[in-house]
Write a protein that binds this ligand. Structure first.
Ligand code: FES
Ligand SMILES: [Fe+2]
Length: 379
């Protein structure tokens, strides 16, 4: 699991002024909304380790449930109601990490890392259709006890679709990557074009995209004479063995452009609902039957699988994810595990860079990195 990335934390509409605990990268966070926007802090109080998410929102910040310390939305303690003197002036160290938050596509994204504002990558504009208001929108949150990379690989595996999924079993089994576009953090692959008779065609096909930034996979499915379907999955590691998925399902309300540039009719609200229901109630579980029994739990070592050309995108997804972690920091989960019963460790936040001192909770151990820097787009 790697830091310095945007992760989808929750559905924006689910968040109000009731604190919400979210576990990401094996650490707990508290999210809440106030008049100034959405905020994310480390969940554990610096006083005696109580969970702030059990507390309440107050004065634009959050109040710890155990002794009432109040923290503002920057994580700084502003009030200690019961101290030696009452009230006590909070010391500088009375603060918890605070993480950048953005709302996009109906989801809340948190930047888990210490990169400053000018160093952080933008959340990819992978789904501009969702912001037009011209597409039917549905979101499916789902927890799976599967490693996040296994989930991401699945969303970029064109060959599994017509084997695992009932709705696609009629499709021809031959798959070809017909074209690819790739940078050091993004890959887009155009896969076998299908038509209703099982022949390849210019008007139907599957486009799979992956971006390491925000760990997102977009699948766009084109069929002849049918509105396109966009299924975009954000995978957020809860820990090494569990993943939170936020899947956004889109279909155009009005006429849109097909793969071959021709026009195709819009989808009805009911057609979109059927796709959302089928994805949630059937398709995700069909994947789960296989993914939950696939070994090893994380991606296999190179040379211990027999990958073919149609698996090319999966290999690329793995490599760009590894490169990102090498560059921006990967958690040392073995070291972290040894500390968990007796210590609190936190993901570094931008405040750790600007002011590395005056923290009570130390940052979590990281594996050696190859040096930090901006991602650059490969030619
Ligand atoms: S543990 Fe939070 S105020 Fe005491
Ligand atoms: Fe699938």
């Amino acid at each position: 699991m790697f830091i310095n990335n945007w992760y989808a934390a929750c559905i924006a509409d689910d968040l109000d002024d009731t604190p919400l605990r979210v576990t990401m990268l094996a650490h707990n966070f508290v999210l809440f909304r106030n008049d100034a926007g959405i905020h994310c802090l480390s969940d554990l109080c610096v006083h005696r380790g109580a969970s702030l998410s059990v507390g309440e929102c107050k004065n634009g910040g959050i109040k710890c449930p155990q002794h009432g310390w109040e923290f503002n939305s920057d994580g700084q303690c502003t009030l200690i109601p019961a101290g030696i003197k009452t009230p006590t002036e909070p010391p500088k160290k009375a603060r918890v990490p605070s993480y950048p938050v953005e709302e996009k596509y109906g989801l809340v994204f948190v930047f888990l890392g210490d990169l400053g504002e000018d160093e952080r990558p933008a959340i990819p504009d992978i789904m501009p259709e969702a912001e037009t208001g011209e597409w039917h929108y549905g979101v499916i949150p789902r927890h799976k006890d599967i490693n996040y990379m296994r989930m991401a690989e699945n969303y970029n595996d064109p060959c599994h679709v017509h084997y695992i999924h009932d709705f696609a079993k009629w499709l021809p089994k031959g798959v070809t990557i017909v074209d690819q576009e790739i940078t050091d953090h993004y890959v887009k692959a155009w896969h076998a074009a299908w038509d209703a008779e099982g022949n390849y065609s210019d008007s139907s096909g599957l486009v799979m995209e992956y971006d390491v930034i925000s760990c997102v996979s977009r699948n766009t499915n084109y069929q002849p004479d049918y509105p396109p379907q966009i299924v975009t999955a954000y995978v957020t590691p809860i820990d090494d063995h569990n993943t939170q998925i936020h899947m956004v399902v889109l279909m155009p309300k009005d006429e849109s452009t097909a793969l071959d540039g021709s026009k195709v009719r819009g989808a009805t609200a009911n057609e979109h609902k059927i796709l959302v229901d089928m994805t949630r109630d059937v398709v995700m579980d069909e994947d789960y039957v296989v993914l939950s029994t696939t070994r090893p739990i994380k991606a296999a070592n190179p040379g211990e699988e027999l990958l073919l050309d149609t698996d090319r995108t999966i290999a690329q997804v793995r490599k760009m994810t590894k490169d990102y972690g090498d560059k921006f920091g990967r958690l040392d989960m073995v070291a972290l595990k040894k500390l968990e019963d007796t210590n609190i460790r936190v993901i570094p936040c931008p405040g750790h860079k600007t002011d590395p001192k005056n923290w009570i909770h130390k940052t979590s151990p990281l594996l050696p990195t190859k040096g930090r820097g901006q991602l650059k787009v490969a030619s």
